[in-house]
Design a protein around this ligand. Sequence first.
Ligand SMILES: [Zn+2]
Length: 51
Amino acid sequence: MTEEKEKIACHVCKKMIPKAAAVHSEGQEYVLHFCNTECLDYWKKEKKEKK
Ligand SMILES: [Zn+2]
């Protein structure tokens, strides 16, 4: 099977999304997946605030 069929959970809202359609965090040591850029932005904000 190809990776396109693989589903992963959004790091923020835990929604299941196809891996191929996920938004990735970049510039990190590890890769996180998000269902859309809104969740990505949310995570970026959280990260900043927590420091
Ligand atoms: Zn999400």
